[in-house]
Design a protein around this ligand. Structure first.
Ligand code: FES
Length: 370
């Protein structure tokens, strides 16, 4: 039994509506706020060999939001508009100008543009996001323990939250377990080390490197928790990394009894899905309140059938994680795909994400949502 550890016990603190994630809850911005604002890139700072932090000039404070919220970046490339949702890596609660940390992905049109070609002084269209996965309600007077689990570029939203909590919540304590391939791949490593030194009594940083055989797995989670017992009654868990890590950590925390309203998972990749039903090719998809519609080609999601970029529906991530493209299913049958951004209550009420849902009936009627 030498290699088995005693399972840590999770401490349950008070619960409450801190996340604002009820049906059509307050984490979403209103339609009027979804217009894109042309913002000048004030600074581009390389943070690893394949990632940069892009800081925008925002003199009118149009981006707003909270640490961990998404912003949506639109870029025109060769006459075609591309949109992508990025988590803020800045901390709006500290009046910081909006910044995103972008890692180059081989197939990512917008990420490659921002990492390889964008220059300081360029103007980029940015709109506030429709959802914020890490809406933890940073504020003076809160007293809590946060356990954060991040890997790779998943650190971006978490570092904004940690910065805000350390600056504004004098009674809160943060523990971060941060995984990367190697030290040179660790985004924000310098700032995190500085924060750990400046707040040695309230912030503990643990780094794991897979090149050295250490990963964020079930055992690492247990060891992390048992070696850092919470010092407050209110305990939060934040997770952001690749799918495998998210699944492992979330499952372990749930098995230990973490409660839904204190366990926040930010996903930036849709999972692979086996056994999905065959979509109805040629289905007529209509948007009732805009009196428009179109036919779904083979494999089309509802958003494609409605015209994609020319659809009246807003969209950003196209992978079910930001919640921007929501619509209400009025008639017909759809395969909802994997709608990460929806709560169970929203799904039960008939809300679908048009970027991942596909038609299963000859006609699908939708209504747009605020
Ligand atoms: S565009 Fe992000 S969930 Fe559909």
């Amino acid at each position: 039994m030498a290699d088995r550890q005693e399972a840590p016990r999770l401490h349950h603190g008070p619960t409450g509506p801190a996340r604002g994630d009820g049906f059509l809850g307050d984490r979403r911005v209103s339609p009027e706020d979804r217009t894109a604002h042309p913002l000048r890139i004030a600074r581009i700072r390389p943070v690893t060999a394949d990632a940069v932090t892009v800081t925008f000039d925002d003199p009118g404070h149009v981006v707003g939001g909270s640490a961990g919220w998404y912003v949506i970046v639109r870029v025109m490339l060769e006459g075609e508009e591309h949109r992508r949702a990025f988590s803020l890596s800045s901390t709006p609660e500290l009046a910081q100008p909006p910044a995103i940390t972008v890692k180059r992905h081989p197939g990512g049109v917008v990420s490659r543009h921002l990492v390889e070609r964008a220059r300081e002084g360029d103007v980029v269209d940015v709109e506030p996001a429709a959802a914020g996965g890490f809406d933890v309600g940073i504020g003076a007077g809160r007293r809590r323990t946060l356990y954060c689990f991040a890997a790779g570029s998943g650190i971006a939203p978490i570092v904004g939250v940690i910065r805000g909590v350390l600056a504004l919540e004098g009674g809160s304590v943060v523990h971060l377990l941060y995984g990367n391939r190697a030290p040179r791949d660790a985004i924000s490593a310098g700032e995190l080390a500085t924060m750990a030194a400046d707040h040695a009594d309230r912030f503990r940083l643990s780094c794991l490197f897979s090149s050295r055989g250490a990963r964020i797995d079930h055992r690492a989670v247990d060891q992390f928790l048992t070696s850092r017992p919470p010092t407050t009654a209110d305990v939060w868990y934040l997770i952001c990394g690749p799918q495998g890590m998210n699944r492992t950590v979330e499952a372990r925390l749930r098995s230990l009894g973490a409660s839904d309203d204190r366990l926040l998972v930010e996903r930036y990749q849709p999972p692979h899905r086996e056994g999905a039903p065959v979509p109805y090719e040629g289905a007529l998809v209509r948007l009732q309140d805009h009196d428009c519609g179109g036919r779904a080609a083979a494999g089309d999601v509802l958003l494609d059938a409605l015209g994609g970029p020319s659809s009246p529906l807003h969209y950003a991530c196209r992978s079910g994680v930001c919640g921007t493209c929501r619509a209400l299913l009025v008639n017909g049958e759809v395969d909802p795909g994997v709608p990460f951004a929806l709560t169970e209550a929203e799904q039960a009420a008939g809300v679908v994400l048009t970027c991942v849902a596909r038609p299963l009936s000859a006609e699908v009627v939708l209504r747009s949502l605020p």
